[in-house]
Design a protein around this ligand. Structure first.
Ligand SMILES: [Zn+2]
Ligand SMILES: [Zn+2]
Length: 396
């Protein structure tokens, strides 16, 4: 690690700015793909730093820092900027409570944005140590399909810049500020969604032989779907099939016409997700045909697996330990099954994603992601910002 002293000094200088910026963004949340004011704010901050930017999508932007050392190297740092379509709970009189009804920064993307703006300030003062270019990706729409990461990759903007490595982070309420965690290989699962409707023939509950009962077909389907993970998926591979909603029928003595179900599939590889989608439909078809009914089935692909490359993961762990000691960085043993659209970038470029501690009891910031009282401890920036900046100056 070089520049440790400079990085920590600059971090100290800009932590108040990041805290203030995050509070401003927290007060002015905008939902996915509608981040118009947020984008204006980010661009104005980049203007102050004389950092040029491009707008490959309608909202969000990509800032470009040119290093003083001539090189082909291009490192991308990504922050997602969108809020959730929900209402915040807590002290409405607090200095940074959401002012936009129905939108709230309850996933910490306000902190990600403020952090990357702080990193922009730090790197602007270290240009003579930066070789090549740094792309600062302020990405819209992480929370909603198809995913801003996917849309940005589809523009081929980053491909044209020949990005060598990309890094991203998420606030983590389960760790205290000063700790980070990541792993190489699969870090986060792929969340897919499916919808099933089973059609039978309605009738009198006492004359089932004249009806085709969709409730019986639905119960067979639910039970059989639970055999997919145990019988069709490699036992060393992780997968989840959950049916989270079922609706059908109106009364105790009527056989309904149809039953509708919603479910989710979580996997760590596309091929496993493909297998599960195929098996779900095959089971459904078998049951419905056997009983004389019919069905509709839709399987909506969510984000791919967040799959960290070995070299970039090692870089994160090494840089963090060099800044804050051996105990500050943990290599996780297992992935988590939540999804992240950072995965789309990793389909094109080497890259790694990590969790940076943001939870502490004294700041009431240990609520899980998407909780209406979600909060980020201010000390998050003291560690996240210098780590992000060091990934640029440390990267060989
Ligand atoms: Zn979220
Ligand atoms: Zn998030």
């Amino acid at each position: 690690m070089h520049l440790k002293k400079e990085l920590l000094e600059l971090t100290g200088k800009y932590v108040p700015y990041m805290i203030e910026t995050r509070r401003y963004l927290h007060q002015h949340p905008e939902v996915s793909y509608k981040e118009f004011e947020t984008t204006k704010f980010i661009k104005a901050e980049l203007d102050k730093l004389e950092i040029s930017y491009d707008s490959p999508l309608e909202t969000g932007c990509v800032g470009i820092i040119e290093g003083a050392i001539e090189s082909e190297k291009v490192i991308a740092l990504r922050a997602d900027i969108d809020a959730l379509a929900m209402s915040e709970e807590g002290d409405a009189k607090s200095t940074f409570f959401s002012k936009n009804e129905g939108a709230a920064h309850c996933c910490g993307h306000d902190a990600h944005t403020a952090n990357l703006l702080g990193v922009a300030k730090i790197l602007s003062e270290l240009k003579e140590h930066i070789s090549g270019k740094v792309l600062l990706i302020f990405q819209p729409g992480e929370e909603k399909l198809p995913g801003g990461g996917r849309l940005l990759c589809e523009t081929e903007y980053l491909q044209k810049h020949n990005v060598n490595a990309i890094y991203g982070l998420h606030t983590d309420p389960s760790q205290s500020p000063g700790k980070i965690a990541t792993k190489s290989g699969p870090l986060m699962g792929s969340p897919d969604e499916f919808e099933v409707e089973i059609f039978g023939k309605g009738g009198h509950a006492a004359r089932p032989h004249e009806a085709i009962d969709p409730i019986v077909m639905a119960s067979q389907f639910i039970t059989s779907a639970q055999t997919i993970v145990s019988r069709s998926v490699d036992p060393t591979d992780a997968a989840v099939v959950t049916i989270g909603k079922i609706e059908g029928g109106t009364a105790h003595n009527i056989i309904p016409e149809s039953v509708r179900m919603l479910g989710t599939v979580r996997t760590l590889s596309k091929s496993t997700a493909d297998t599960i989608a195929e098996r779900l439909e095959a089971i459904l078809k078998g049951i419905c045909e056997g009983a004389g009914g019919s069905y509709s089935f839709t399987f909506n692909r969510g984000y791919p697996v967040v799959n960290n490359t070995v070299e970039e993961t090692a870089q994160i762990l090494t840089s963090m330990k060099a800044l804050f000691g051996e105990e500050s960085a943990t290599e996780l043993e297992k992935p988590i099954m939540a999804g992240e659209d950072f995965a789309f970038y990793q389909e094109h470029f080497p890259g790694a994603f990590f969790f940076a501690g943001s939870g502490a009891p004294e700041s009431d910031s240990q609520y899980v992601w998407h909780h209406p009282k979600y909060n980020v401890d201010d000390r998050f920036f003291e560690y996240a910002a210098p780590l992000m900046a060091s990934l640029v100056v440390d990267k060989k």
